[in-house]
Ligand binder design. Structure first.
Ligand code: PXG
Length: 479
C-alpha cells in the first residue's frame, strides 16, 4: 500500500479534531519504529497521537485532554506552550541556526550557557564546576563520561583504572556505553551488554531489600557497603568511577535512605574513585535544587544533565566537569578526541538560557523546595491508607508508590498479572498520564503545577487506584 498517498497534507494539521487518526496511525505503523516498543503489538492496537499541549495538559487526536503527570518523559519542567522558549529558538535560528564548536570556534549562546550552568552549580568542598561539555542527550553525555573518565586516568598514568561501577536497575541511557552503565536486565539481554569493564551493585530499594528489623538508615549504610565490597573484589587500583542517579528515575523512583549517599561519598573518597552523578532527571528543580548532588551531600566529579535544561523543548545534554577532572584534561590533556556535531548547538543553548531565565523568574526551583514539593509530599502520603498501596514516597517533585497484594506482609502481585499496566490503563482512560514500572506507579509532574492542580491530579490517582482495586477484587488477585 502506498500509504503516503492516503492522506492529503491538510490532514496533517496539528489540532485535535483536524487530524485523521486512522490515517496517521497507518503511516506510523508503516514507517516509524518507536523507541522501546513492541512494534507488532503497537501496530495492532494503533498508536496514540498527541497533537498539542498547554501548561500541564496534553491533547490527543481524538480530542481527549490528559493531565501530564510525567512532564512528557521527565523533562517538561517549565510546562507546555511557553512562548519565551519558542521565541528564543526563532530568534537564534534567524541569527545563527548552526555553527560547530570544533576547530577553535565558538558561539555566543553556548558560551553564555556554560557560564550560567557554572554559576548555578554549587561548589562542594574543594570541588567546583567551572566547565561544561555539551551533547544532545543523556545517553551521549554518559558516553562522554566514559571517554572522559578513561582519559583522566590515562593522563594520570593509571590506565589500569578502567572499571566503572553502576547499579542494578539504574538507567543511564540507551547507547552501547550508556546502556552498559545502566543496570536494566532487559537492555543487557539485547546486544551483548554490558561492555567490558562495566559492572553493577544492587540498588538502595528499602521496601524490597530492607531486612526485618532493619531501619531505613541501617539499610542505606548496608546498601552503600556493596560498593566497598565490589571495589575490594575488583582491586581498588582497577576502579575508575562509580555512577548513580541521586534518585533512580526510570527504575521506578527509588529514593535512597538519607545515609546512602554520604556513605557512598566516604567510600569513593577512601579509594580515590571518581563519582558521576547522573542528574538527567534530578537536576533543574526536579528535587527542589538546581543540581541534586547538593541535596544528598554528594561531591561528584562529573554531573550528567539533559532533559530539564531546555524543559524538553529541544534536545540538549552535557556533563558538568568538576575542577578535579577539568584541571587534568586542560593542563595535561592535549587534544581530547571526542565530541559531537551538535556539541554547543546555538539554538539548543539559546533555548536552555531562556528556560533557565524563565525558571529563575518564576522561582520554580524554590517553589518545589518550599511550596509545591512539601504539598505534594503531604497529599501523596495520604495514599498510604489505600488498600493497594504498600508504600508511597516523594522527593521534591517526583513520587512513587508500590502496588501490593497484601499490605500487612508486603506481599507483591505476580509479575505476569501486570497490575501496574492495568492501573496505567485506568489512568489514561480517566485523563491522567502516570507511568508504571512493574508494580510501581510513578509521577514527575511539571514544576508549574498549582495546589489546585495537585489536588486535581491526586483525585485522579485515587480514582484509578480504586478502579484497579475493583479489578483486582473481581479477578480474585487479593490476599
Ligand atoms: N540518564 C538518566 C538518569 C535518564 O533518566 C538518560 C540518562 C538518557 O537520556 P536520553 O536523553 O539519551 O534518553 C535518562 C533518560 C523511562 C525513561 O522509561 C527514562 C528516560 C528515557 C526514556 C524512558 O522512564 N531517561
Amino acid at each position: 500500500m502506498n500509504t503516503t498517498s492516503v492522506i492529503a497534507p491538510a490532514a496533517l494539521v496539528r489540532r485535535a479534531g483536524q487530524v485523521d487518526t486512522q490515517a496517521i496511525q497507518a503511516l506510523d505503523s508503516a514507517h516509524f519504529l518507536h523507541p522501546f516498543t513492541d512494534f507488532k503489538d503497537m501496530n495492532a492496537r494503533g498508536s496514540r497521537i498527541m497533537t498539542h499541549a498547554d501548561n500541564i495538559y496534553v491533547w490527543d487526536s481524538e480530542g481527549k485532554k490528559v493531565l501530564d503527570a510525567m512532564s512528557g518523559l521527565w523533562c517538561v519542567n517549565a510546562g507546555y506552550a511557553r512562548k519565551e522558549l519558542a521565541d528564543a529558538a526563532h530568534h537564534q535560528m534567524m541569527t545563527l541556526p548552526y555553527y560547530n564548536a570544533f576547530f577553535q570556534t565558538t558561539n555566543v549562546p553556548a558560551v553564555q550557557l556554560a557560564a550560567k550552568l557554572a554559576a548555578l552549580a554549587p561548589k562542594v568542598g574543594e570541588r567546583s564546576f567551572e566547565h561544561v561539555f555539551y551533547s544532545s542527550s543523556g545517553s551521549e553525555s554518559n558516553d562522554t563520561n566514559v571517554r572522559m573518565v578513561r582519559r583522566y586516568w590515562d593522563l594520570l598514568g593509571q590506565p589500569q583504572r578502567k572499571v566503572i561501577i553502576g547499579r542494578v536497575n539504574g538507567y543511564h541511557g540507551s547507547t552501547m556505553a550508556a546502556a552498559s552503565l545502566g543496570g536494566m536486565s532487559g537492555m543487557h539481554a539485547q546486544g551483548d551488554l554490558p561492555l567490558p569493564n562495566i559492572t553493577h551493585i544492587g540498588q538502595p530499594y528499602f521496601f524490597e531489600d530492607g531486612l526485618a528489623g532493619e531501619t531505613e538508615d541501617e539499610f542505606g549504610l548496608r546498601a552503600a557497603g556493596w560498593l566497598e565490597q565490589k571495589i575490594l573484589e575488583l582491586g581498588a587500583d582497577k576502579v575508575a568511577a562509580f555512577i548513580g542517579e541521586p534518585v533512580q528515575g526510570a527504575g521506578g523512583v527509588i529514593i535512597p535512605p538519607a545515609t546512602y549517599w554520604p556513605e557512598i561519598q566516604r567510600i569513593v573518597d577512601k579509594y580515590g574513585i571518581l563519582l558521576i552523578s547522573d542528574e538527567v532527571i534530578c537536576a533543574f528543580g526536579r528535587l527542589g535544587h538546581w543540581f541534586a548532588y547538593e541535596k544528598f551531600g554528594m561531591k561528584p566529579d562529573l554531573v550528567t544533565f539533559a532533559k530539564g535544561v531546555t524543559s524538553g523543548y529541544i534536545p540538549l545534554g552535557g556533563v558538568m566537569v568538576g575542577n578535579r577532572v577539568a584541571k587534568v584534561l586542560i593542563e595535561l590533556g592535549g587534544d581530547f578526541n571526542h565530541g559531537y556535531t551538535y556539541s554547543g548547538h546555538p539554538v539548543a543553548c539559546a533555548v536552555a538560557l531562556a528556560n533557565l531565565e524563565l525558571m529563575e523568574r518564576e522561582q520554580l526551583v524554590q517553589r518545589v523546595h518550599d511550596d509545591i514539593g512539601p504539598y505534594l509530599a503531604q497529599r501523596f502520603a495520604e495514599l498510604k491508607a489505600h488498600p493497594l498501596v504498600g508504600d508511597a514516597q516523594t522527593c521534591g517533585f517526583v513520587a512513587g508508590l508500590v502496588l501490593v497484594k497484601n499490605k500487612a506482609n508486603k506481599e507483591r502481585f505476580a509479575e505476569e498479572l501486570g497490575v501496574g499496566m492495568l492501573c496505567r490503563g485506568h489512568c489514561f482512560g480517566n485523563g491522567l498520564i502516570m507511568r508504571a514500572v512493574g508494580d510501581r506507579m510513578i509521577i514527575a509532574p511539571p514544576l508549574v503545577m498549582t495546589h489546585a492542580q495537585i489536588d486535581e491530579m491526586m483525585a485522579l490517582i485515587l480514582k484509578c487506584l480504586d478502579l484497579t482495586l475493583a479489578d483486582a477484587r473481581k479477578s480474585g488477585w487479593l490476599a
